[in-house]
Design a protein around this ligand. Structure first.
Ligand SMILES: [Zn+2]
Ligand SMILES: [Zn+2]
Length: 244
């Protein structure tokens, strides 16, 4: 069952000055307190060579002692290829969650830029279905890790390729939802990217995958403010889930 009001009291995707956010951890937490959120997930962008992870994890740890808001420490990393590799540092000590994100197009040979892939699709050189299969395979393979994985803004790259998540075959989404459930991973609805849609989320919900809501805020003022996510959750809650 989707408990809309309860879910909207969390913000599971907020960036800080550790990566490209404008708010410090303290400012983000203060805003979460001010608007009455129950939980906040600090998420910052990392790459393989990110060196600030220990100080970031320590800073989130320190904030935990100073607030009633439940805090999680997460990193967001791009999907690299269809093996499920992520652009992540090797040592993830202190990190609670890994957000696997489609910032580029993960192809068998490595990440490709959306512009490049769009050109190849438009010239007929690349079949859009191959691209969708690569993205879904990459995401499914990225779930095979020790740490808790969250699928970040699933299919957010598709509009940049001239496609929509409505174009993704239902069987592909169903397979990803089953893999997500099997690996105990989670999926988020992302306010900034306005995705995934209810059609994409429904098989995940039916498989029992926890659905999170996050604003993907890059400044404190937007934390916990939902329009898209709220509408999608209501859409999901309105229709009984079909048994899998
Ligand atoms: Zn992202
Ligand atoms: Zn983000």
């Amino acid at each position: 069952m989707i408990e809309v009001d309860k879910l909207l009291l969390q913000d599971t995707h907020v960036h800080s000055t550790f990566s490209d956010g404008a708010g410090t951890l303290a400012e983000n937490v203060a805003e979460a307190e001010r608007i009455g959120l129950q939980s906040l997930t600090c998420v910052d962008h990392v790459r393989r060579d990110t060196a600030w992870l220990p100080s970031y994890a320590a800073a989130v740890g320190e904030m935990r002692g100073a607030t009633a808001v439940e805090l999680q420490c997460a990193v967001e990393a791009k999907l690299l290829d269809t093996s499920g590799a992520l652009d992540l540092p090797a040592d993830l000590t202190g990190v609670d969650l890994i957000y696997a994100a489609d910032h580029q197009v993960p192809m068998p040979g490595g990440p490709r830029s959306p512009t490049e892939i769009r050109t190849s699709i438009e010239s007929g050189e690349l079949d859009p279905l191959v691209v969708m299969c690569s993205l879904v395979t990459s995401t499914a393979m990225a779930l095979r890790r020790r740490q808790q994985v969250v699928i970040a803004h699933l299919f957010s790259v598709l509009p940049k390729l001239g496609m929509s998540e409505d174009d993704v075959p239902a069987q592909l989404i169903q397979a990803l939802a089953a893999a997500t459930a099997a690996h105990g991973a989670w999926i988020e609805v992302n306010e900034l990217c306005c995705c995934p849609a209810a059609r994409t989320l429904r098989p995940f919900a039916a498989c029992g995958v926890p659905i999170l809501v996050g604003t993907d805020s890059h400044q404190a003022q937007t934390i916990g403010r939902y329009d898209y996510c709220e509408a999608v959750l209501h859409e999901l809650a309105a229709v009984p889930l079909a048994p899998v």
